[in-house]
Write a protein that binds this ligand. Structure first.
Ligand SMILES: [Mg+2]
Length: 179
């Protein structure tokens, strides 16, 4: 049986929120703590142009290569014969930076990256049994098609996850479940 797993990038393999927040502080757009900034300021008070400047900014996808421990974990999956998929909802202006980051981070199967409108499309297309994710809207999208490992974050802390969704603190916890 082919074993396969899909990883989200931001909030799972890459701390985009942290880098976006630091950038907003530097630019003078964020004046609150990180939680308040993303929970209320970002969506409610920033202009569409500013939001686009942040969300479409390739530099924010490249503030650091992948963490060493995460890199090692991905290679453990690869060596154990798993097919790996990287599935992200990042917008088109940062596709290139995303490809480049995966390649330069030297993650296994780095060409296996997908930018769908809905992750369930790819999960169903390749019949992938596991997704590692941080967003509750994505869990809702895929929950009927695969099991989910949900990374605990402040933006999903109040979410009542479905039965086939297991909360973990970091991708490193996957080792205890799947490897
Ligand atoms: Mg994410």
């Amino acid at each position: 049986m082919v074993k396969s797993i899909a990883f989200d990038l931001d909030g799972v393999l890459y701390p985009w929120v942290k880098f976006a927040y630091e950038y907003c502080i530097e630019m003078g757009w964020a004046k609150t703590d990180i939680y308040t900034f993303f929970e209320s300021v970002f969506d409610q008070t920033l202009s569409e142009t500013l939001k686009k400047n942040i969300l479409d900014n390739p530099l924010l996808c490249y503030k650091a290569l992948i963490e060493k421990d995460y890199h090692e974990l991905l290679w453990k999956f690869d060596r154990a014969g798993w097919d790996i998929y990287y599935i992200t909802l990042r917008p088109e202006p940062i596709y290139f930076a995303t490809h480049s980051w995966l390649e330069h981070s030297k993650v296994p199967q780095y060409n296996s990256v997908y930018f769908p409108e809905k992750k369930s499309t790819i999960i169903r297309q390749f019949n992938i049994p596991y997704l590692v994710e941080d967003r509750k809207d994505v869990v809702e999208d895929v929950k009927n098609f695969c099991d989910v490992f949900l990374i605990n974050t402040y933006w999903n802390r109040l979410y009542e996850q479905p039965k086939n969704c297991t909360r973990i603190n970091s991708v490193l916890d996957l080792e205890g479940y799947l490897l």
